[in-house]
Design a protein around this ligand. Sequence first.
Ligand code: ATP
Length: 136
Amino acid sequence: TEETLVLVKPDGVARGLTGAILARIEAKGYALVDIRLVEPDRDRLAAHYAEHEGKPFYEPLLEFMMSGPAVAIRLAGNRVIEGFRSLAGTTDPTTAAPGTIRGDYGRDWGLAVQQNLVHGSDSSESAARELGIWFG
Ligand code: ATP
């Protein structure tokens, strides 16, 4: 079976949406293997977001991710990487499809970073790397 790394980002935790997001994941049928509240520091986030270093939203993204606690989840199931990204919706919450986590709970807050509630690994290579960063 496959595993992925899901983060409920600080906006999701601050808005009290952790339970609603977990309920959707559980209702979809994926298995929670491990879960922890994390207070990510810059080094961990720099590792996690290495591919975005140098982009205009990189610094705001790290500041946002350090703005409060997040929840890291090790999630398992057949095709869970693809399945969770489908559940999350597309990156921009303004246009993410209704019925998805981002589409139902997210919006544009006029900030330099898209606060879009969740992260999910985008490939098996990313999942292995990111699970090592958050649960290693
Ligand atoms: P994630 O990796 O968090 O699941 P994603 O794969 O949909 O999201 P990425 O392209 O990997 O998106 O970008 C990582 C994060 O950086 C996004 O989730 C969002 O918070 C932020 N971000 C991405 N693109 C932009 C942008 N153009 N402007 C502002 N913030 C952005």
